[in-house]
Design a protein around this ligand. Structure first.
Ligand code: NAP
Ligand code: HSE
Length: 430
């Protein structure tokens, strides 16, 4: 029998404990596929007494990072999380001492991916991170290897299970946002800080990593407009459905005339499109390549089993001796992207304005839209008997430059003295 592939696991929460469980439960198939046994040697977390659903007494427990990194292993699996602090020290320490790293930590790689990739190359080791983006799909391998022949035109994805779960539950049951978020946290989908999920930061980390592989650029989360789902109301979900759409939080990166335009934003997608049926905690990644055409992949991107499955697949890859640069090209060849302005992008839009229902309101809104070259496709208003009660006016536009419609909405907000900011969402035909 070949020499075992030795692993140390840092972090034994939702994902880390799942990794240990899979390595125990599926030892037979994993050994066959890796061509050698894969052994967990060391483990580390904060609280040794916590029940994690695994027998921690079978493994060497480290009290400090220094002790943990002294384990004689081939690979460190970092499942702690966070872009700084102990997770970063753990990954840097492992790479610097010639150990491969497998991580589910998108925050760390989105912020420090280029430097960590260079560090791995210097030490002639690998960083694998399938679990960091849509673990159950698995999209990193698909994009970095399966689609390597293509120039990529666009990447449009549902990448946050928590948000997709919340939007789906709100739409299907009419439950409120806070109630559904609590349930997602209990199920182990949410980040340690769930604002990362609902404010779009988690999706931003993930789209930054996919953008890097798709376009050969350094991971970057600065050049991106990021909007989460916090301001989407049950009313928006109802109006969207009435107009023939669902609302999904998308991470988007498009190559528009040689410039990359990246954003995280809730968008309307036509009911009946394949991606609109991707509900609950499922993720979906839609990639358009110049030769492959469109490729849509769907799977679970959050939760213990799907995430740990991706981590263990990465460990098996390393045990097999497979080598590939972190982001698909050598670290030195990753370039700074030429970023475009999302305001220049042309789309159809959904707008909801809360106005006082009095004579001339719609006329003034239409005039401002006209003056800014915004052509309205549909207008919906449900009146109230009491003219003092504000009402929603919902508008969909024809294709228009985003900066034009934003300018029109600013003017409408001033002229109508709106009590709420207008809600603006892109309509994406994925
Ligand atoms: P989690 O349940 O909060 O687990 C974090 C683990 O790290 C815990 O075991 C914790 O120890 C340990 N830890 C924290 N600080 C530590 C320290 N200073 N020293 C030693 N151990 C420390 O988080 P998770 O959901 O498993 O997420 C882990 C990583 O996977 C994150 O990068 C996350 O973004 C990523 N991820 C998660 C999911 C998901 O569905 N949950 C999916 C994809 C990717 P204690 O248990 O003793 O407190
Ligand atoms: N919190 C993340 C989500 C976990 O909800 O998708 C997976 O990265």
């Amino acid at each position: 029998m070949s020499k075992p592939f030795r692993v140390a696991v840092a972090g034994l929460g939702t994902v880390g404990a799942g990794v240990v469980k899979i390595l125990e439960d599926n030892k037979d198939v994993i050994t066959k596929r890796a061509g050698r046994p894969v052994e967990v040697v060391g483990i580390m977390a904060r609280d040794k007494t916590k029940d994690r659903g695994i027998d921690v007494s079978k493994y060497k427990w480290s009290e400090t990072l220094e002790e943990f990194l002294n384990n004689d292993v081939d690979c460190v699996a970092e499942m702690i999380g966070g872009s700084e602090g102990i997770a970063k020290d753990c990954v840097e320490g492992a790479l610097s001492s010639g150990k491969h790293v497998v991580t589910a930590n998108k925050a760390l790689l989105a912020h420090h991916g280029a430097a960590l990739s260079a560090l791995a190359e210097t030490g002639k080791v690998q960083i694998n991170f399938e679990a960091a983006v849509g673990g159950g799909i698995p999209i990193i391998k698909s994009l970095r290897e399966g689609l390597a022949a293509n120039k990529i035109k666009s990447v449009i994805d549902i990448l946050n299970g928590t948000c997709n779960y919340i939007l789906t539950e709100m739409q299907q049951t009419g439950r409120d946002f806070a109630d559904v978020l609590k349930e997602a946290q209990e199920k182990g989908y949410a980040e340690a800080d769930p604002t990362f999920d609902v404010d779009g930061i988690d999706t931003a980390h993930k789209i930054a990593l996919l953008t890097s592989i798709a376009f050969g650029v350094k991971p970057d989360i600065d050049h991106m407009e990021i909007n989460g789902i916090r301001n989407i109301t049950a009313e928006d979900l109802v109006h969207a459905e009435e107009l023939g759409y669902k609302i999904k939080l998308f991470g988007i990166c498009k190559n528009i005339n040689g410039k990359l335009v990246k954003s995280v934003e809730p968008c309307l997608v036509p009911l009946g499109s394949t991606i609109s049926a991707v509900d609950g905690v499922l993720n979906a990644v839609n990639i358009e390549g110049d030769f492959v055409g469109t490729s849509l992949s769907v799977g679970f991107g959050a939760g213990q089993n799907a995430t740990a499955s991706a981590v263990v697949a990465d460990i098996i890859d390393l045990a097999r001796g497979n080598e590939i640069p972190t982001f698909g090209v050598p670290a030195n060849d990753l370039v700074d992207a030429d970023w475009g302005d999302v305001g220049d992008s042309v789309s159809r839009f959904y707008v909801r304005l809360v106005v006082v229902d009095k004579p001339g309101v719609l006329a003034e809104i239409s005039a401002i839209m006209r003056d800014n070259n915004v052509s309205m496709e549909a207008v919906l208003q449900r009146g109230e008997d009491d003219e003092n009660v504000p009402v929603s006016v919902v508008i969909t536009s024809h294709l228009v430059k985003q900066s034009n419609i934003v300018k029109a909405l600013d003017l409408i907000a001033q002229k109508q003295n709106l009590s709420e900011s207008p809600c603006l969402m892109r309509i994406e035909s994925v």
